[in-house]
Design a protein around this ligand. Structure first.
Ligand SMILES: [Zn+2]
Ligand SMILES: [Zn+2]
Ligand SMILES: [Zn+2]
Ligand SMILES: [Zn+2]
Ligand SMILES: [Zn+2]
Length: 387
């Protein structure tokens, strides 16, 4: 008797909880997808932990079934046990977290993205740094850092204008390399990196920092007027004779963060016996990014210095150069947590340009399996990555 009474009571508790869940608050009913609570006698897997949901209560949400404990609030990372929750931007939130406007404020205009969403202005999350912004900022001229791709907050501001179409955030500007002289210590560091790998290079190949327009001009000249691929950031030159305007003094930032007074000087260059003329890098990028571009261009120089590597496909050549850039970044792991460092690696890993992205991923796979030297040797004999 007692036993069945207790069973009955438990069941009615579940039922009242069930009723509450079924009533779950969905913000404005029109906007949020329906969430339902069910009991099951069939087994199914949970969308959160992917283990089986046995008999009992579960939720359906985003076309999946969930243990109530596995439905996690995107704002505070805690399970949503309570019967009130909200869906926003395809993620569930505790209603209390959802109402926390700080969490859902636009990172650019500090406007409330919930209000904007309801007003059909639109809301999106930008990749990697997860900035939450009104979609209108994509087209309203909001500055984006050339190096880390973060959008400038109107409140905090502080982006520097390089006056060549590029803007730099404070963090990237902090370590930005601005002139040829400043770049030499970094160049020596990367020369040592190659030396430690027993990959010898002509140490006298000039490394020059140049303005954005100068680099674009050089790249277009080499490609016969075409540069339809992407924004160049560096190049390894093989021309017999060339004159390059190199930056002897970087910009100074005055009030209003306007860059002024860049000084350049023409430098006449001739091809060196190794076959390489110079390495050019665009000025104004953070030290880590500048270094990874140097490591990439130095690999072109290294490959070019040995005839055995001439005539490689773009995927193999750019892939192995990207691998060296990534390897150098790996070796530069900062002692503190650096999102920029992770971001620069991420950009190499996730590159969508086939020669660079697929090339890098194929190179990495080959080096993991066979080591760098065996991979290079294989490329030298077959023109391909070992698989
Ligand atoms: Zn689960
Ligand atoms: Zn929460
Ligand atoms: Zn906004
Ligand atoms: Zn930046
Ligand atoms: Zn390249």
């Amino acid at each position: 008797m007692q036993d069945s009474e207790r069973e009955h009571r438990e069941e009615s508790n579940i039922e009242s909880e069930y009723e509450q869940l079924a009533r779950g608050i969905f913000g404005n009913g029109n906007i949020y997808p329906p969430v339902q609570t069910h009991f099951t006698t069939e087994s199914r897997n949970c969308g959160g932990c992917n283990t089986e949901i046995h008999y009992g209560r579960y939720l359906t949400c985003f076309n999946a079934s969930w243990h109530p404990k596995c439905l996690i609030c995107r704002a505070c990372n805690q399970p949503i046990y309570d019967n009130e929750f909200s869906i926003f931007g395809n993620y569930p939130y505790h209603s209390s977290c959802y109402k926390d406007y700080n969490y859902l404020k636009c990172d650019v205009c500090e406007g409330n993205v919930i209000t904007n969403y309801a007003g059909h202005v639109g809301y999106m999350t930008r990749p990697f740094f997860m900035q939450k912004i009104c979609t209108s900022h994509i087209h309203d001229g909001t500055p984006i850092c050339f190096s880390c791709e973060r959008m400038e907050s109107r409140e905090r501001g502080g982006y520097s204008d390089l006056y060549d179409g590029r803007k730099l955030c404070l963090e990237c500007k902090d370590s930005a390399i601005m002139d040829t002289k400043e770049c030499q210590s970094l160049y020596i560091e990367i020369q040592k990196f190659y030396e430690n790998l027993h990959m010898n290079l002509d140490l006298k190949i000039p490394l020059l920092l140049v303005e954005r327009q100068e680099l674009i001009k050089v790249v277009e000249r080499i490609n016969n007027g075409n540069n339809d691929i992407f924004e160049p950031r560096g190049i390894c030159l093989f021309s017999e004779k060339v004159t390059i305007n190199t930056i002897t003094r970087g910009p100074e930032f005055e009030t209003g963060n306007r860059a002024s007074s860049i000084r350049t000087k023409p430098r006449k260059l001739t091809r060196r016996p190794c076959g390489v003329t110079a390495i050019l890098i665009v000025f104004g990028l953070p030290r880590l990014l500048t270094g990874s571009i140097i490591a990439h261009e130095m690999m072109h120089a290294w490959l070019h210095s040995d005839e055995g590597y001439h005539g490689l496909s773009d995927e193999v050549e750019e892939g192995i150069c990207q691998f060296m850039a990534h390897m150098w970044l790996e070796a530069k792991r900062p002692h503190y947590e650096s999102k920029l460092w992770v971001f620069f690696k991420f950009k190499i890993e996730q590159n969508t340009i086939p020669a660079y992205g697929d090339g890098f991923r194929a190179a990495r796979q080959a080096v993991y399996k066979y080591g760098l030297h065996q991979t290079l040797q294989h490329i030298r004999t077959t023109g391909n990555f070992p698989f």
